[in-house]
Design a protein around this ligand. Sequence first.
Ligand SMILES: *Cc1c(COP(=O)(O)O)cnc(C)c1O
Length: 476
Amino acid sequence: MIDAKDFRKHAHDFVDWMADYLEHVEDLPVKSQVKPGEIFSQLPDAPPSESADISAIFSDFKHIILPGMTHWQSPNYFAYFTANSSYPSVLAEMLTATLGAQCMVWETSPAAAELEEKVMAWLREMIGLPATFEGVIQDTASTATLVAFLTAREKHSAYRINEKGFSGNEHFRIYCSTEAHSSIEKAVKMAGFGRENLVKIETDAVLAIRPGKLKEAVEQDLANGHTPLCVVAALGTTGTVAIDPLQPVAEICMKHNIWLHVDAAYAGTALVLPEQRYMIEGIGDVDSFVFNPHKWMFTNFDCSAYFVKDVGALLKTFEILPEYLKTGTRGQVNDYRDWGVQLGRRFRALKLWFVIRDYGMEGIRSKVGDHITWAGELAKEVQMEPGFTLLEPQHLGVVCFRYTPEGVKDQEALNAINQRLMQALNGTGKIYLTHTKVDGYIILRIVVGQTSVTRDHVMQAWNLVKKMAPGALKQP
Ligand SMILES: *Cc1c(COP(=O)(O)O)cnc(C)c1O
């Protein structure tokens, strides 16, 4: 087993490997090319009874594990949304792992609690949220949305459901657009509302929620004896980065006393740029807001920033106080175990602090601004290219398009061609992109948001798409 002396040596070796990896990751196949079971079958059935040498374990990591990894930190990664990281973030994660602290309450590491309070206040200011919000780091946006639903539920029921359970007479209704993220449906199920009580509101030509339809649905539900509880507005949908109009949605929520939760998981990072703040006009009437620094703000997964106006309601919903968790500082400090689902918490604020300080606000703005600029330039290229169709409007760092070769009109044929094109592109290992569906059409997405991506990477990806497109016409 490894001792202090070996640890020092191996840690130095690993750091060298890490630096080499990040410098050369763009030469590796972005999407792992292994087949199902290929990694599993290389691993022994029985756990080892004897200690193995770290060098042997590391060698297996390189030869067995690494080929089965998709390289999310490659500048040729254009899939889903990025989960970008950065040098300061990785350095902080090394420290976090070394400290190995469990930061459930203030006393179990006062610095973790106080740093979290401070960096969340910084982050609030960085993205232009009003000071009426208080922030807490959740693991993911999915959890944050569940937390919002549970808080809305408890506040509405005067904390009765926590005590007695559902009476059966609540008839709560939750609303989001048809384009909203699947985590909302999941949270609706987990919060006990029942999936049938998630009302999906039609979207307009740009795939944003139609406030008029939302108003109708709310009024109809009220007439039918339902209780409109919560609306989730999406600032940047996952498929195409559609942006729900916050102001009119907020007006409906204010009128009927409905909790308004904003899911800005991806797009929230863009709010560091003042010119993007049009998205949060109406933010004063929002109850809760989530965005993921682990998507686009150079901070390792996981780190989701959740902001809530009524912290009292949040605490009353999640607070627990068994004897073994009683401390002498309660009430003077933030005990974050009461701010969400988990008891145990990782020290996530550290990496955010490192990132914000290493980049500075200017550094973050400039990188995010570049991504948006390059995506805009790519969109223009797509628009001008015969045989391709750009999905408009194009928003932030995401470009959605499809190959529409002349002479092919049938939807199924076009979908098959675009599917083949995507598979062929990803099969080269040179780039990785994913798709969505709009109006029945398969749409390819190029997400410009990786930390080390440059304009050249974006244009090379586009050149590869153009070069390989005609090959996708042929059926295999
Ligand atoms: C990615 C995403 C989520 C889910 O994020 P997690 O942090 O993985 O839970 C939710 N909503 C939107 C709009 C997203 O893009």
